[in-house]
Design a binder for this molecule. Structure first.
Ligand code: C5P
Length: 232
């Protein structure tokens, strides 16, 4: 399992997604499918993209009682996706149940990655809405360690946190990092960004890149540039 660039396919429909992937011809990038597309297009989009030979990160961020998450993860595992995620705030019991549900009878399973604190949650919201009084950076690292203790493969985090996560959880614990921009491109609504090259230097294992590729004039060239800059 090596470093890779994952394209965030944040399109509104199955048709738009497959049309975008058609551009890549014989190349088969690793793609991320999120809630909006999965809930509108359903499992058939996963089957269609798998049949074309792509790896898929199914980004549904599960969070429920352990039994429900376990049974839902079994369904996702049967879709033959390559990476899925759940919220670390669902507790260690929930993460362990997720892992159990994902594991197929032959022992294989998709990678399971934890979401720590969403980047939309800041210190103030955490304290006031969730009554968590600790420093948000400590909370993120605590959740990462809980994920590691529960047997998960890694966390989604900012590339700026990738080194700290590796220091605390080991170099083989995966960091999957969005918030990546080319040095000369528009940041959009991402505030704290890194270039693919910087993300590589700091130790990200997978970078998740959306608009710099999907909205590029030549998406294939943008993807290739990303791969070249990230994977030396
Ligand atoms: O277009 P862009 O490169 O900003 O897309 C990044 C992708 O990563 C989007 O699908 C976004 O929802 C996701 N993401 C993120 N920040 C997080 C977690 C996920 O940008 N903290």
């Amino acid at each position: 399992m090596g470093k890779d660039v994952i394209i965030a396919c944040d399109f509104a429909s199955e048709e738009a997604t497959l049309k975008f992937l058609d551009l890549f011809k014989d190349k088969k990038p690793f793609v991320k499918i999120g809630m909006e597309l999965f809930y509108s297009a359903g499992p058939s989009i996963i089957k269609a993209i798998k049949a074309r030979g792509h790896k898929i990160f199914l980004d549904l961020k599960l969070h429920d009682i352990p039994n429900t998450v376990k049974k839902s993860m079994r369904v996702l595992s049967n879709l033959d996706v390559d990476m899925v995620n759940c919220h670390a705030s669902g507790t260690k019991a929930m993460m362990k149940a997720a892992l159990e549900g994902l594991t197929r009878p032959d022992g294989t399973r998709p990678l399971l990655i934890a979401v720590t604190q969403l980047t939309s949650t800041d210190q103030a919201a955490m304290e006031t809405d969730l009554l968590i009084k600790d420093d948000i950076a400590n909370v993120v690292m605590h959740y990462a360690k809980n994920a590691k203790d529960s047997g998960l493969d890694g966390v989604v985090c900012s590339p700026l946190e990738a080194k700290k996560v590796h220091d605390a959880c080991g170099s083989s614990f995966l960091t999957v990092t969005p918030g990546v921009r080319f040095a000369d491109s528009n940041k959009g609504d991402q505030k704290r960004v890194m270039t693919p090259e910087q993300a590589n230097a700091i130790g990200s294992d997978y970078i998740v890149v959306g608009r710099p590729i999907t909205e590029a004039i030549d998406p294939v060239a943008a993807y290739e540039r990303c791969v070249k800059e990230f994977i030396k």
